[in-house]
Design a protein around this ligand. Structure first.
Ligand SMILES: NC(=O)c1ccc[n+]([C@@H]2O[C@H](COP(=O)([O-])OP(=O)(O)OC[C@H]3O[C@@H](n4cnc5c(N)ncnc54)[C@H](OP(=O)(O)O)[C@@H]3O)[C@@H](O)[C@H]2O)c1
Length: 245
């Protein structure tokens, strides 16, 4: 019997794979046999720690600031074939920073513009391998998030981009899909999880009564990159323990 979740011999790149959800996804591909490269904002892998949700064991690391469009275009990967591209980069500004245009632009640049920049940069490699592209958006795409207009607009845009590239690149043999996580315990959500009152409120709204984990998100990513989802394109899977039901 074939194992559709065996990624031996596959090359995977996770942008935003240095920590949190992207890191969990990267490790899930690695333990299933893939060669996995990850990118993050820091100069060296050793600048990341387990305490921040980073495990770079067995992954190759390269610095890439996706907020800089020129850097994405100029990025030279250390591999010459790419089977799976996961775009997990994301940023958010608190304290009304996204109500200032500079903050709004910065978040949209990282969360939306860079998805298109990375997708375009690796399009030909994905076409050559008939590979998969997975974009990480958010359940924020499906409701208002009062303090974060840029995060909301960018994640809503990511769902539309997933749909549209899904249709546009089907003829190239590339399957484009997405994941919309609910509330996952990472360094991005410390502002909620480190505050007992906020955490309790958040848990009370999640039918499964627990936070999501990077491993929960990885399950969806493995599925979307595998032949088990061979007839699915342009979809964003909500993986949220029921949060937005
Ligand atoms: N946690 C949640 O509850 C949740 C819910 C819905 C959606 N999401 C989305 O899930 C994705 C992963 O977030 P996370 O929760 O795992 O948070 P995280 O641990 O902070 O991970 C964010 C990742 O994006 C990278 N990144 C941020 N700005 C970047 C830039 N300018 N250039 C390149 N990489 C950049 C980070 O690099 P560094 O490690 O160097 O900072 C890190 O690898 C994001 O798209 C986020 O919006 C998260």
């Amino acid at each position: 019997m074939t194992n559709e979740l065996d990624f031996s011999g596959r090359q995977v790149l996770v942008v935003g794979g240095s920590s949190g959800i992207g890191n969990g996804i990267a490790q899930a591909f690695r333990v299933r046999g893939a060669q996995v490269a990850v990118c993050g904002t820091r100069a060296h892998a050793k600048e990341y720690s387990q305490a921040e949700g980073s495990d770079l064991t067995g992954l190759s690391y390269a610095q890439l600031d996706v907020g800089n469009a020129g850097a994405v275009e100029a990025f030279k990967p250390l591999f010459d074939r790419l089977d799976v591209l996961v775009l997990a980069q994301g940023a958010v500004l608190y304290r009304r920073g996204e109500f200032e245009m500079a903050g709004f632009r910065k978040v949209v640049e990282v969360n939306l513009m860079s998805l298109m920049a990375c997708a375009t940069r690796f399009h030909s490699m994905l076409r050559d391998s008939r590979g998969s592209l997975i974009m990480v958006s958010s359940t924020a795409a499906y409701h208002s998030t009062m303090g974060n207009p840029a995060y909301n607009a960018s994640k809503t845009g990511a769902v539309g981009l997933t749909r549209t590239l899904g249709e546009a690149w089907a003829e190239d043999g590339i399957r484009v899909n997405g994941i919309a996580p609910g509330l996952v315990d990472t360094k991005m959500t410390k502002v909620t999880t480190d505050n007992p009152k906020r955490l309790e409120g958040a848990l009370s709204r999640i039918p499964l009564r627990r936070l999501g984990t990077p491993a929960d998100m990885a399950g969806a990513a493995l599925f979307l990159a595998s032949p088990l989802s061979s007839y699915i394109i342009g979809q964003t899977l909500v993986v949220d323990g029921g949060l937005i039901l």
